[in-house]
Design a protein around this ligand. Structure first.
Ligand SMILES: NC(=O)C1=CN([C@@H]2O[C@H](COP(=O)(O)OP(=O)(O)OC[C@H]3O[C@@H](n4cnc5c(N)ncnc54)[C@H](OP(=O)(O)O)[C@@H]3O)[C@@H](O)[C@H]2O)C=CC1
Ligand SMILES: CC(C)CCC[C@@H](C)[C@H]1CC=C2C3=C(CC[C@@]21C)[C@@]1(C)CC[C@H](O)C[C@@H]1CC3
Length: 420
């Protein structure tokens, strides 16, 4: 291995360094349980502490862990099935390119068929609602176990396989961010698998369980529940359909696979992104048709901006002379790549984040305005994307230097036109 193959030491630590990492390892699971306990209470008020903390025995349910393990195994099996195409990821430090299976959308369809059969067989979907906290505990323990396994595995990985963002030499920080970039067991890519499948498809299934709980309680699903489940299913299906696009995201290219992504993918996403549907079961909301049309319009505007900008960039990066992007204005960079300065990417520097945030708002509105809790997602997501934008900006400035400064001059706003 030549010296340039080796992953350099990570000098600039993010998230407040090792102390920040230590705090987040406790704060993230704490936030999940606080949100779920609050949502379970009658008042669902984020300004009050939720009732008494449940006993440890009541949080532990071996059946929940077994169901979770079966779920992850089913998704792993679907991932490994010989369906879908194989594509290559970006070129790695040692000049190799890993191969990835593209079949997440097919996995979703097969899962939907299995769920349909389970409905016909009258399987008790509302069980997930009744034991949701226990499922969250099982999932948090599973992600912690996976993160420990990943860190131990990374200690035997070659230097070239370490993550540029998670090679600080501080074990706690590297455990949090992820020490190894693309941990694999044979050809099974653990990070790529977890990023989209068990958590995102699981989020849709959890929403469906909540909808079935509403049917059990009230005879039919509410309009609010149908809107929330419909909007979020569209978002998940879109991500699975465009699975190939995640191969160039910073999570796959820069960050390793450690506690942050393992917990994020397997616990945070399914158990906090489904909060609106969870809230609606215990706190029903009446929405009229006019309001529903308004929410659908907001979601549609967000989706058009989100999908239009992501597709425009993807098409441009794949083939700059593609007829759909060939007429757009660009600026050259020293790396040979060009930057779009017109179209969606001339509106703000992260139009895809803007669209995503507009959709996030549309997912909360069907829950009414009497509670703050269903607005958790849009609030947290604004903070996540503002932070992510700053991380990406920092990487782009390093990569493109003067050309990036010129782009910032031409397109001065980051996410919200004329505001930020
Ligand atoms: N729901 C959720 O929890 C989350 C959702 N997301 C969503 O995932 C999607 C992907 O986001 P993310 O991974 O952050 O990255 P982006 O898709 O925003 O990609 C950023 C990269 O795009 C390229 N780029 C930036 N500006 C330009 C330009 N003007 N012209 C051409 N290329 C440009 C640069 O890479 P290069 O030049 O190297 O190609 C840059 O590093 C977004 O829609 C986001 O909203 C993200 C995080 C969490
Ligand atoms: C636990 C912390 C608060 C941070 C966790 C971050 C993760 C939840 C997110 C990091 C990047 C993500 C992406 C997506 C989901 C959330 C995580 C895993 C998408 C798959 C969502 C759908 C989009 O179409 C693509 C996204 C890529 C990044």
């Amino acid at each position: 291995m030549s010296a340039s193959d080796k992953t350099p030491r990570t000098k600039e630590l993010e998230f407040g360094g090792s102390l920040g990492a230590l705090v987040l390892i406790f704060v993230l699971p704490g936030t999940v349980f606080y949100l779920l306990l609050t949502c379970n209470s009658d008042e669902a008020s984020v300004l009050r502490l939720p009732g008494p903390v449940p006993s440890l025995e009541s949080l532990w349910n071996p059946s929940a862990l077994l169901i979770l393990l079966s779920w992850v195994s089913l998704q792993a099996l679907l991932y490994m099935l010989p369906m879908g195409k194989i594509v290559e990821g970006i070129t790695l430090r040692d000049n190799t390119r890993l191969k990835y299976k593209i079949n997440a959308f097919q996995a979703f369809l097969v899962t939907a068929i299995i769920a349909g059969v389970a409905v016909v067989l009258k399987l008790p979907f509302p069980y997930v609602y009744d034991h949701f906290l226990q499922f969250a505990v099982a999932s948090a323990l599973f992600s912690l176990g996976l993160s420990i396994f990943l860190y131990i595995k990374s200690l035997t990985a070659p230097e070239s396989a370490l993550a540029p963002g998670g090679n600080s030499g501080n074990p706690l920080y590297d455990f949090f961010i992820g020490h190894e970039l693309n941990p694999r067991i044979g050809s099974f890519d653990l990070k790529y698998f977890c990023e989209l499948r068990p958590g995102l498809i699981g989020w849709c299934l959890i929403n469906f369980c909540f909808l079935m709980k509403e049917i059990e309680l009230r005879g039919s699903p509410s309009l609010s529940m149908i809107l929330v489940c419909g909007f979020q299913a569209l978002y998940v299906m879109d991500a699975l359909w465009h699975e190939e696009a995640i191969l160039t995201t910073m999570d796959i290219v820069h960050d390793g696979f450690g506690f942050m992504l393992a917990f994020g993918d397997l616990c945070w996403v399914p158990f906090t992104y489904s909060l609106q549907a969870y809230f609606l079961v215990g706190h029903p909301q009446e929405q009229g048709m006019a309001a529903a049309v308004f929410f659908i319009l907001i979601n549609a505007v967000g989706y058009i901006i989100f999908r239009g900008s992501n597709s425009q960039k993807n098409a441009f990066r794949r083939n700059p002379s593609d007829p759909s992007v060939a007429g757009l204005e660009t600026i050259p960079t020293a790396t040979g790549k060009r930057l779009l300065v017109s179209g969606w990417w001339g509106l703000v520097r992260h139009p895809n984040y803007l669209g995503d945030l507009i959709m996030a708002l549309a997912w909360s509105l069907p829950c009414g305005v009497s509670h703050i809790l269903p607005y958790f997602y849009v609030t947290y997501f604004t903070a996540l994307l503002v932070h992510r934008e700053a991380r990406d900006e920092h990487q782009c400035l390093k990569k493109y230097g003067l050309a990036w400064q010129e782009y910032c001059r031409r397109v001065p706003y980051r996410i919200f036109p004329y505001i930020y």
